[in-house]
Design a protein around this ligand. Structure first.
Ligand SMILES: [Zn+2]
Length: 81
C-alpha cells in the first residue's frame, strides 16, 4: 500500500505540547511517538511518550479487511542521472 493517510492520529497531550511550544521547535510528525497494535476488541494506538491511549477502535466482532502489503514506489534510476 502507498500512504493514504488524510488525517494523522495524534496524542492530545503531544499536540498540546507542540502547539504551545513546550516541545520546542518540532513538528507534530517528529514529536509523536505512537505504537499501534491489535487488541482483543480491535486496534489501539498508544502514545509511548505519555503512556496514554490515543484511540482504541472497537471492531465490534467484525473482521474488517486489512492490507499488509509493503509496496514501494518504483524508482526509475535512469531519471536520477
Ligand atoms: Zn503523547
Amino acid at each position: 500500500m502507498l500512504r493514504e493517510i488524510r488525517e494523522p492520529l495524534v496524542c492530545a497531550k503531544c499536540a498540546d505540547e507542540v502547539t504551545s511550544g513546550a516541545a520546542g521547535a518540532v513538528s507534530m510528525r517528529d514529536y509523536g511517538r505512537l505504537e499501534a497494535g491489535f487488541t482483543a476488541r480491535g486496534l489501539q494506538v498508544w502514545c509511548l511518550r505519555h503512556d496514554l491511549n490515543v484511540v482504541h477502535v472497537d471492531f465490534a466482532e467484525a473482521k474488517p479487511e486489512a492490507d499488509f502489503r509493503c509496496l514501494e514506489r518504483r524508482v526509475n534510476y535512469s531519471d536520477l542521472r
